[in-house]
Design a protein around this ligand. Structure first.
Ligand code: ATP
Ligand code: MG
Length: 204
């Protein structure tokens, strides 16, 4: 019963945080993206990155793509997530360039088109990146993350629970997505830091 209540609470919290994010105007979104970009550029973890994944925003998510020109100048390799075909709810990462053929996935999110052999061959699992910019619905004062609820990032990053490669995980969000404390599940993969348009919180 206890866990049923928790599920209901989580669902309600997700809904309310998503609603707040979606209520932001285009102008507020643009401003937030610029401020996020300024914050990110000062972060040592980002300045170290050589192979990084970003994401294309949906449903009012903060837009990390404003960082793209700066990353290009620094010759950082930029990747976008794609849904892994024939595999339940996990992600691959494909290099993103100006000419990358894109297609909408089953959630209506644009992603590099895996029907192109070159992209299929050059896909990477998350452990091959050194830095991931991770979207989220909510974050708390200790940098705990609540995602969309599909477990996509958690599944793709499950290797982080074992010794081995450990890319830097940076959550990004609007400041209005912060709450005091979130429930943490055993499968949740912790982020090192969450950056918003108004600052950042680090994992203790
Ligand atoms: N490593 C894993 N292996 C199998 N199932 C997993 C794994 N990680 C998460 N899940 C499943 O995914 C479901 C959703 O997890 P959770 O509520 O943490 O989603 P989320 O973190 O909000 O989603 P996302 O990672 O897509 O942003 C859970 O029911 C959980 O059982
Ligand atoms: Mg999770």
């Amino acid at each position: 019963m206890e866990s049923l209540h928790q599920d209901d609470d989580k669902r309600a919290l997700r809904r309310s945080l998503r609603r707040q994010r979606q209520a932001l105007s285009q102008h507020e979104q643009r401003l937030a993206a610029q401020r996020l970009c300024q914050q990110l550029k000062t972060l040592p973890e980002i300045r170290r990155a050589r192979r990084i994944s970003l994401y294309l925003p949906v449903n009012g998510e903060i837009d990390p793509m404003t960082l793209l020109p700066w990353l290009r100048k620094r010759k950082v390799e930029v990747y976008l997530p794609v849904l892994r075909p024939f595999s339940a709810n996990a992600l691959w990462f494909v290099a993103y360039h100006s000419g990358t053929p894109m297609v909408k996935n089953r959630f209506g999110i644009w992603e590099p088109d895996l029907r192109f052999g070159a992209q299929r061959r050059n896909r990477l699992p998350a452990w091959a990146l050194d830095t991931l910019i991770v979207p989220l619905v909510g974050f708390d004062n200790s940098a705990n993350r609540m995602g969309m609820g599909g477990g996509f990032y958690d599944r793709s990053l499950a290797f982080m629970h074992r010794p081995g490669p450990a890319p830097t995980l940076i959550g990004v969000a609007h400041a209005c997505q912060q709450v005091a404390s979130l429930p943490v599940e055993p499968w949740d993969v912790p982020l090192q830091v969450v950056v918003s348009d108004q600052g950042y919180v680090r994992r203790q």
